[in-house]
Design a protein around this ligand. Structure first.
Ligand code: FES
Length: 145
């Protein structure tokens, strides 16, 4: 089986964030208290659907919601160390978008990478960076509530 056969060519209803019309900036997606350690949430109020989770190091990370393997919702998965493990076939995804573990496979497909999102906390609020041109997150960028 090739790498391409292992990766779903299309994801279920993953919205294209580049056509959302949102300005560049940090978007409030949750309160810090909404995301406990080792827990994940689904965020729909954003230019695309994402999963945000808190790892065992207590840092927050975010990825596109739908697993690049066969499209399961990663928000239904489990946080494993600092990564999120898909509920369907247990591919584990790191915060940088790389699949970092497939427990039953000898190698990880080279195309097993997904889009990651920068996440910060400020004053008890969780923000995710968005820029339609994928410019790097600006720590001093505008915040939207
Ligand atoms: S859908 Fe198969 S590992 Fe996610």
């Amino acid at each position: 089986m090739t790498d391409q056969e292992l990766i779903a060519p299309e994801l279920p209803e993953q919205k294209d964030p580049t056509i959302s019309g949102h300005k560049s900036g940090w978007y409030k997606v949750a309160r810090s208290e909404d995301i406990a350690s080792m827990k994940a949430i689904q965020v729909d109020d954003f230019p695309t659907q994402i999963v945000v989770w808190r790892g065992e190091d207590l840092a927050l990370r975010g990825l596109d919601l739908y697993c690049k393997h066969m499209g399961a919702s990663l928000a239904c998965g489990e946080v494993n160390e600092n990564s999120i493990q898909c509920p369907f076939h247990a591919w584990r995804w790191a915060g940088n978008g790389q699949c970092d573990q497939i427990s039953y496979a000898k190698k990880i497909p080279t195309k097993a990478i997904t889009r990651s999102w920068d996440v910060i906390e400020d004053g008890g609020i969780v923000y995710v960076w968005f820029d339609k041109d994928q410019k790097l997150a600006d720590p001093n960028g505008q915040k939207f509530n």
